[in-house]
Design a protein around this ligand. Structure first.
Ligand SMILES: NC(=O)C1=CN([C@@H]2O[C@H](COP(=O)(O)OP(=O)(O)OC[C@H]3O[C@@H](n4cnc5c(N)ncnc54)[C@H](O)[C@@H]3O)[C@@H](O)[C@H]2O)[C@@H](O)CC1
Ligand SMILES: Nc1ncnc2c1ncn2[C@@H]1O[C@H](COP(=O)(O)OP(=O)(O)O)[C@@H](O)[C@H]1O
Ligand SMILES: [K+]
Length: 525
């Protein structure tokens, strides 16, 4: 099943809807507590005392429920409460009392003296469970909450945060003054955007599999339409769905090859690119297409660079612009051989007429690099992108996205979710907004977040390899059908995963890693 991503308000809506359908808040916390227990037992470095620090809301309730289950498994537990028992909501208080009944030690840390107590227990903990604040954080941390967060961070103990590192805004990843540096985050019911947005990645540690607490998947999905996402606005498509790619989802995108397959089964990718000074880009895109399993790859480049691009190209067929009739009115005929077209890598910004011709065809079309720059500067090309009948995928990095939206890179990066939804609306296309935590949007606002990748990918040409990989997916889709969104996501995830491996430093070597990972996934199916 897909891993859902919800905003804080959408999660509150889903919690409330589950309760309206008959579940109780007590039960939800109970199930969360069970999942926390399993996660703690799996990740505690040694058997010993678990210290759970609780706040004033339901996140604290999850912590109290976990204390009871841990005690039942024979684990020594101390609960350090930042809010006194008599000030807790009734459901939460009940969990606290049940935990005490089975032998969990309850301690209050509400004044200077009791803070010495917190430090004493932290020193004895093998693992700390952070149940201080969840998705309900609504102001800057202050007073005892801020002090406890600072002390936990200073203690050097491994910390497992329930739902989200306390102090991180669940929607934006903004640090509300300070936040727990979690070793692990256990998402409750669904993932929250804050793990990946803003400073989230620095505080969230390893993301554990989502704890199921009995809220039905259909109900989680209804939350997207019931409560507008905070990033959606009048200039964006509405957010229709939001999912996260995990390893299983990535692997599903690379199915086993049939024994009877032949090169035609996997499609023919045509790459249009290259210009003086930029002869490597189309070759890298061709390599990306081949690495990800394209059956055939052709490259079309301007005449003046043809000898350079063609030299050493053993597998790809390389043609010059003038070797055929590439004029716009004949593009459909020529492109008839292609299952998918990749346009833009290293192309320069003087290819408007050829680009116009390609846009007029109905072939699946991936637009990257200079194709995006030409479109950003030309309202007629923008209209042609919007009006295309075939599938269109745009792969801007934040600089290209800024040009396409007419804003600054900082504005794009400040709310990447809004930026990708704006691009999807503006260009009525699939959009892959590259960078750390690449975000994909369908033309209808279905978001997919790619958690794979590494700063190792910040190297010249890695985007060209991705363009070729996506071209291969489009060609394969044209030949064999399937869910195009999953196929795009699988290519982005495989590219990111290959980027995490060591042993390569050139984009051409990255393509080699992609090929070997893809082959082993295809064989495992
Ligand atoms: N609604 C539910 O019944 C469920 C909630 N769950 C858990 O509960 C969390 C959400 O619960 P809540 O909405 O109670 O939110 P929290 O547990 O995050 O806490 C909200 C409380 O903290 C206070 N608060 C907010 N910011 C603060 C700050 N900076 N300093 C001090 N206090 C602050 C608020 O005034 C409010 O009283 C989730 O993250 C999840 O862990 C789960 O148990 C599933 C069911
Ligand atoms: N810090 C990072 N973390 C994860 N992925 C990254 C990071 N920096 C770059 N990448 C990825 O590397 C690729 C770079 O693409 P791009 O900027 O188009 O480079 P080029 O034009 O040189 O090929 C994209 O897929 C991007 O998501
Ligand atoms: K927490």
């Amino acid at each position: 099943m897909s891993v859902r991503i919800l905003s804080a308000a959408q999660m509150r809506w889903a919690d409330a809807a589950a309760m309206a359908a008959g579940m109780t808040g007590f039960d939800l916390m109970d199930r969360a507590g069970k999942a926390v227990t399993d996660a703690v037992l799996e990740h505690m470095p040694d058997f010993g005392r678990v210290v759970i620090v609780t706040g004033s809301g339901n996140n604290g309730g999850d912590g109290f429920a976990a204390a009871r289950y841990l005690r039942q498994r024979g684990v020594p537990v101390t609960l350090v409460m930042l809010t006194p028992l008599d000030q807790l909501p009734e459901n939460v208080r009940l969990h606290a009392q049940l935990a005490r009944d089975v032998g969990a030690k309850l301690r209050e840390a509400v004044c200077d003296v009791s803070f010495t107590e917190l430090n004493r227990w932290l020193a004895r903990a093998v693992i700390v469970v952070d149940a201080i604040l969840g998705s309900g954080v609504n102001r800057v941390l202050a007073g005892r909450v801020a002090e406890a967060v600072a002390q936990i961070n200073l203690s050097g103990r491994p910390v497992l945060s329930i739902d989200i590192a306390s102090g991180l805004n669940a929607d934006t990843g903004q640090v509300m003054g300070d936040a727990i540096h979690a070793g692990y985050t256990l998402p409750v019911a669904a993932c929250k955007w804050g793990y990946w947005m803003g400073h989230g990645p620095e505080y969230s540690g390893t993301l554990l599999p989502v704890a199921c607490i009995g809220i039905e998947d259909a109900l989680l999905c209804r939350a997207w339409s019931a409560v507008a996402d905070p990033s959606a606005c009048e200039y964006t498509v509405p957010l229709n769905s939001a999912n996260f790619i995990d390893v299983e989802a990535m692997e599903r995108g690379w199915p086993r090859r049939s024994r009877l397959s032949h090169k035609g089964s996997f499609g023919h990718v045509w790459v249009f690119g290259g210009s003086p000074g930029f002869t490597g880009a189309p070759k890298l895109a061709a390599l990306g297409a081949l690495a990800s399993g394209a059956g055939l790859v052709s490259v079309v480049c301007p005449d003046e660079v043809w000898p350079v691009v063609a030299a050493g190209s053993l597998e790809a067929m390389v043609h010059s612009h003038s070797s055929r009739c590439w004029q716009s009115d004949e593009a459909e005929e020529v492109v008839a051989q292609a299952d998918a077209v990749v346009a833009g890598p290293g192309w320069g910004i003087g290819q408007q007429s050829l680009l116009t011709g390609l846009l007029a065809t109905s072939r699946p079309l991936l637009l990257d690099a200079d194709a995006l720059n030409m479109i950003a500067a030309d309202a007629r090309l923008q209209a042609s992108v919007r009006e295309r009948s075939g599938v269109t995928v745009l792969t801007p990095h934040p600089g290209e996205a800024a040009r396409m939206l007419g804003c600054s890179v900082d504005e794009v990066q400040a709310d990447r979710k809004r930026s990708v939804l704006k691009l999807a609306r503006c260009y009525a296309s699939w959009v892959v907004l590259k960078g750390h935590e690449t975000l994909i949007s369908s033309p209808a606002g279905d978001l997919t977040l790619n958690p794979f990748g590494s700063p190792q990918l910040a190297v010249a040409g890695s985007g060209d390899v991705l363009a070729g990989m996506l071209g291969r997916q489009l060609a394969f889709w044209r030949r064999q059908g399937g869910d195009i969104g999953s196929m795009i996501a699988a290519a982005v995830a495989l590219h990111g995963s290959a980027g995490e491996r060591s042993g390569w430093y050139l984009a051409s070597e990255l393509a080699g890693v992609v090929a070997s990972m893809r082959q082993s996934i295809e064989k495992r199916h």
